[in-house]
Design a protein around this ligand. Sequence first.
Ligand code: 5AD
Ligand code: SF4
Length: 474
Amino acid sequence: MLTGEKIIDEKRQGEAIIVNTPITAKRKLYLESYGCQMNFSDSEIVASILAKEGFESTRDYFSSDLILLNTCSIREKAELTVRNRLRSFNELKKKNPNLLIGVLGCMAERMKESLLEQEKLVDLVVGPDAYRDLPSLIQKVEGGQKSVNVLLSREETYADISPVRLGDNGVSAFISIMRGCDNMCSFCVVPFTRGRERSRNPLSIVAEAKDLVNKGYKEVTLLGQNVDSYRWNISKKGDIQDATIPTTNFAQLLELVAEVSPELRIRFSTSHPKDMTDDVIRSMAKHKNICNYIHLPVQSGNSDVLKRMNRGYTREWYMDRIKSIRNIIPDCAISTDIITGFCDETDFEHQETLSLMQWAEFDYAYMFFYSERPKTLAQRKYEDNVPLITKKQRLQDVIKIQQKNSLSCNQKSIGKTYEVLIEGFSKKSKEMLCGRTTKNAMVVFPKKDLQPGQYVNVLIESCTVGTLIGKVID
Ligand code: 5AD
Ligand code: SF4
């Protein structure tokens, strides 16, 4: 699921990032990323490709020669934000006519030439599978031509490109394990913008994890739109395609990465309820360094809505998956995604989402109201007929229950001790550090002489809805 997957913290949206480049670099690049973790991970690939071309990065877009926005199309609002940003960057062209502006990612793929031709907002449009072509596309623009490459690929995984780690705390990093999505959830634009699903060679994934360990990293998050359908050299039915090379499914991949180092924490996103097997949960249970946290988007608690969403499971199936997780890993955190006001959603169907939330007691949820997206199955097949005011009211209902659930999950941690991987200073005070438990809960505690990247045991003493507060014990 998503980009269909966990959306990056709102605060990180539009974050500017710094690229390490050779000292000889002359041109300056300003790169901003929006949307999901996959987009942030892709920006690291783009940064790597352009660093080789001598682009020096800057956080100051006023002095840049090239501005790139890695964009998201998942909801209309995400696209509006990017459009506004592009308009303001276009103002800079009045002072600096040589400035080039490019759009990457899902919006590039969705809008194609129209961003160039009708809206005249950009010089360069590059889809998610065309980043290797960036150097020659930039040359083309510099030669006075507009350039576009939005070809989607069935093979591209950028497996050989070593990402430049951006927005970097030196502790945790993303590893893309697959690209694209074959699911066709009816509300979702991702299959159109990111193309067909393909998995990356497991050996290159393990090599990347080893390299990160050697560089001192302590946590990796394996990324895919639907990690449970990761497969290397095995068909969806389980047939082996080429007997001479190793086969790997997601449960096996998790174990391969977990075995890289006991000091390396493994996270992953996003799981799909229709595909998540008990094998995956057992692999998690078997390895202490695979974190006890699963992001399992439900979208709706009503089976008829799920059918219209083309999700491939029912309310009961989803509940069975949750029971299985809790049975195999009793203390596993579970988060979800929820959409309110999908086409034809009745009040009863909405109530079913609320009752499912009450039953599941999710630790965390990403909650949205439905935003119709062009060309999707839902747009073609159903009417977007729930009034905006109702969508928003239902979203408020969902948020209210989640706030209660998050608080009670956090309260249950008071008095317990958790191993925490230190990420850096807390947002509010330089006297405090923050880090996460295996369950992905954020913990804040006094700094003492501790450093990011260290594991410490923290006794939880109090909490808010979003944070645990505690002290380090020896
Ligand atoms: N409208 C609202 N939310 C959406 N999502 C995906 N498409 C839409 C849409 N058209 C949500 C889903 C997904 C998350 C990443 O974004 O909940 O899991
Ligand atoms: Fe996720 Fe479904 Fe979209 Fe694929 S189609 S990215 S599984 S929401």
